[in-house]
Design a protein around this ligand. Structure first.
Ligand code: PLP
Length: 399
């Protein structure tokens, strides 16, 4: 197995070419952007696509019949297919793509437009209470809505392994039964950074349960294949996947039930956001999401290993970066940690005085999550080993 150091060496030239695609990064060499899990920076190709669309073709979609309007309608329809292709959808004729403003709205659309029509009295839903709030509250609200209609749905709390942040697949298998209809999961955890091993979730809950994947932190960070993962819904945010804010989508498989069709009039789509999303997916495919994964896993391992040498810090979740099919999987470029004495809020300010932009708070984690805040470093393809080493040196001075 290649070590993180070897991996970074092998990919160094590839990465330095790609880093040059991010103007906001190259324009500020004195700063290090370490908050890609909150929102990602945009490569020039995405900015160009948005500019070109707005200066050559801008019109509304699905309405008028003059050329700009027709072209816009076509771009939106092509984008649906592009998303399916990006997700390695093996049966695009049997899936649908619905545009949203991001993951939050995507999960809410599933919770309110799809879920209530598919649950009956006595059904169970699995909710991951230590994941992002966006993947918790919609399911609890949908349950309340159903209760008001006289349909009682039981919420099963997703079990987690102690200390790692990963789901406890064995405990889940014991909890899941014939009434387990719907399982909300996250692909890459936004605090612990772990790949949550969705194959094992499918094994635990069986072939009939609907699995809804929050892919906010995985799209753009690793190859995502709906066939391989065997999931039924995928929700993601364009802005975390290098596209403009306000673009996101739900991908829905139609195999196990009626088509996901949001109710009512959905209004004007975010046309420029959708155009930027296609450009971002094209850029990511050309860069190679497999290499982005290898790069950010190796950077995260370098940071995790460096932090373990510094007594003043505690890394949250998994302590090391492990192999692909160990119980706890690799850390995909996100590392959260605490200083034993300095609060995470103060640490965030101190780090910015050294040029590091990090997130420091409780990261919108649900009720079963961490009880105190932490500093989160989240990486993307433009980050470098030198930035990690500078960060570790700055952290070492605070010991
Ligand atoms: N799910 C996860 C795992 C996230 O990390 C986030 C945002 O950080 C969301 C959902 C919500 O995404 P958005 O704010 O783009 O809707």
């Amino acid at each position: 197995m290649t070590t993180p150091r070897e991996e970074l060496e092998v990919l160094r030239e590839w990465q330095s070419r790609l880093r040059a695609h991010f103007p906001i990064i190259t324009d500020h060499p004195e700063l290090a952007y370490l908050d890609s899990a909150a929102t990602a920076q945009k490569p020039q190709a995405v900015l160009d696509a948005a500019w070109t669309y707005l200066t050559t073709t801008n019109a509304n979609a699905g309405r008028a019949t003059y050329p700009w309007a027709n072209r816009t309608t076509q771009l939106v329809e092509e984008a649906r297919e592009r998303i399916k292709e990006f997700l390695h959808d093996p049966a695009p004729e049997r899936s649908s793509t619905h545009f949203t403003s991001g993951t939050t709205e995507a999960l809410r659309a599933i919770a309110f437009d799809w879920l209530p029509a598919h649950l009956t009295d006595g059904d169970e839903i699995v909710v991951p209470l230590a994941d992002h709030q966006a993947n918790i509250t919609p399911w609890l609200e949908a349950r309340r809505l159903l209760t008001d209609r006289g349909v009682r749905v039981r919420v099963v709390e997703m079990p987690y392994q102690a200390g790692s942040g990963d789901y406890d697949h064995r405990a889940l298998a014991a909890l899941a039964g014939p009434r387990t209809r719907f399982v909300a999961v996250t692909h890459v955890h936004h605090v612990y950074g772990g790949d949550m091993n969705i194959h094992r979730i499918r094994q635990a809950v069986g072939p009939e349960a609907v699995i809804c994947l929050d892919a906010a932190q995985s799209i753009g960070h690793l190859p995502v294949s709906v066939a391989d993962l065997d999931v039924d819904f995928v929700a993601f945010s364009g802005h975390k996947a290098l596209a403009l804010p306000g673009s996101g989508a739900v991908w829905a498989r139609q195999a196990r039930g009626p088509v996901f069709r949001p109710g009512g009039w959905s209004g004007t789509p975010n046309t420029v956001g959708i155009v930027s999303l296609v450009a971002a997916l094209d850029w990511l495919d050309a860069a190679g999401t497999d290499r982005i994964e290898r790069w950010t896993v190796a950077l995260a391992a370098r940071l995790t290993d460096g932090l373990r040498q510094l007594d003043a810090y505690q890394v949250l979740g998994c302590q090391t970066s492990l192999a692909a099919d160990s119980d706890v999987q690799r850390r995909l470029g996100t590392v959260a940690f605490r200083h034993r004495e300095i609060t995470s809020g103060d640490l965030g300010f101190i780090l910015f005085s050294h040029g590091f932009m990090v997130r420091s708070d409780s990261h919108c984690q649900g009720s079963a999550g961490e009880k105190t805040g932490s500093v989160r470093v989240s990486l993307h393809v433009h980050n470098t080993p030198a930035e990690i080493d500078r960060l570790l040196s700055a952290l070492a001075t605070l010991q």
